[in-house]
Design a protein around this ligand. Structure first.
Ligand code: COA
Length: 282
């Protein structure tokens, strides 16, 4: 297999009804993240981000894994053998696409179909929403092979879990299933595997009905305000809405119009019809 083919095959994607279904595609290696996969994923995210026919991105895995984390052979051993410059380059590539995904233009959903370990917590947290199969297994397995949960994984645990749970999870390396992950707040919901895609499709469709500029402003706001004081958040949200108005100054007016004048929808019960509004600059 040529390296070009290998690159193309490490990540697969399909665009269907305005949803980009992106998949880790190394099922025989439980979708662990090699430098090749990381480069390929960045390319795929780049290609999809501003496509007019993509409104939501779903990240899932082929086979039995979502992702078994970093590739212990290609990401760790082989790059370490090449020296510090190679290690730093591999880290930049991995962290780079996770960061890109955290601030992605479109809403993102992790559809966790199976194993999710270690480094996979980076993209898990990067996705705005997460739905898991009840049978999926989540673990900070780093301690089991002798390192700390790096690549942001410790931070993800502290962001998503209580202190005691994060500490237990990281120190013991014990896995939890999808149901426990939902109970702990690591994912939004856990469902039987056969219902997972149906539920994620329904959530994606809900998001597709919303104003896209408001979605981007909202997802960034929810991430940003976590580290702000109340006053700073209040100010940031004023500025963020005003910045959003630059891209779409008509949406909220149209929403108010459809509710107050037309009485064609109720904001408490659903989204206004943004397909009827004039230009949106994104
Ligand atoms: N890095 C490198 N190779 C990996 C890998 C990883 N993170 N995870 C799986 N693989 C490889 C295995 O070495 C094996 O390769 P081989 O067929 O050439 O022998 C192949 O993928 C299948 O893995 P296997 O362990 O046989 O699958 P399984 O379904 O029995 O178990 C896991 C699945 C996820 C429990 C197990 O593969 C595992 O523990 N992986 C490592 C998880 C981890 O610690 N990740 C954290 C990294 S930061």
């Amino acid at each position: 297999m040529s390296s070009e083919q290998a690159q193309t095959e490490a990540v697969a994607f399909t665009v269907r009804e305005r949803v980009a279904w992106v998949r880790f595609n190394r099922p025989e290696k439980r979708n662990c993240m090699s430098p090749t996969l990381n480069r390929q994923m960045m390319q795929v995210l780049d290609d999809l981000e501003y496509r007019a026919d993509v409104g939501v991105l779903v990240l899932s895995g082929e086979g039995t894994a979502w992702s078994s984390g970093m590739d212990l052979n290609e990401y760790f051993r082989e790059t370490e053998a090449q020296g510090l410059a190679a290690v730093r380059r591999s880290q930049r590539e991995a962290y780079g696409w996770w960061r890109r995904l955290r601030w992605y233009q479109k809403p993102t959903i992790a559809m966790v179909n199976g194993w999710c370990f270690g480094g996979a917590y980076g993209p898990l947290f990067a996705c705005d929403l997460a739905f898991a199969a009840e049978e999926a297994q989540f673990g900070l397995s780093e301690i089991n092979w002798g390192i700390l949960p790096g690549g942001g994984a410790s931070k993800v645990a502290r962001e998503l879990l209580t202190f005691r749970r994060a500490m237990y999870h990281a120190l013991t390396g014990e896995s939890i299933d999808g149901r426990t992950a939902a109970e702990w707040g690591m994912v939004n919901e856990a469902l039987p595997r056969e219902k997972l895609e149906e539920r994620v499709t329904a959530v994606a469709r809900t998001l597709l009905k919303k104003n896209p500029v408001a979605l981007k402003a909202t997802k960034d706001a929810i991430r940003r305000v976590g580290e702000m004081t109340y006053d700073n958040a209040e100010d940031y949200l004023v500025r963020a809405q005003e910045a959003a108005n630059f891209f779409d100054n008509e949406g909220r007016k149209e929403g108010i119009h459809q509710f107050i004048d037309e009485k064609s929808f109720k904001p408490g019960l659903g989204a206004y019809d943004h397909s009827r509004q004039r230009s949106v600059k994104v």
